[in-house]
Design a protein. Structure first.
Length: 77
């Protein structure tokens, strides 16, 4: 088991960003990340590497309107 979502969760919480991460039916992972630009950038770079057992083919970033409802970073089932 790769544990990519747990990796994202740990990285996000250590950087102080908010949002969520979830698995998609096609085996890819989707995340919504919100926080200071430097922290978001650092997390994006970490996602490109992933945990040791992961194979990361691509990281795609899209700008979205920030949500004021986000208070922490969580796993979404």
């Amino acid at each position: 088991m790769v544990g990519f979502r747990a990796f994202v969760l740990d990285q996000a919480r250590s950087l102080g960003v908010v949002g969520w991460v979830r698995n998609l039916a096609d085996g890819s992972v989707e995340a919504l990340i919100q926080g200071p630009p430097e922290a978001v950038g650092r997390l994006q770079r970490s996602l490109g590497r992933g945990p040791a057992a992961a194979r990361v083919d691509r990281v795609t970033a899209l700008d979205v309107h920030p949500s004021e409802d986000l208070r922490s970073f969580n796993l979404v089932p």
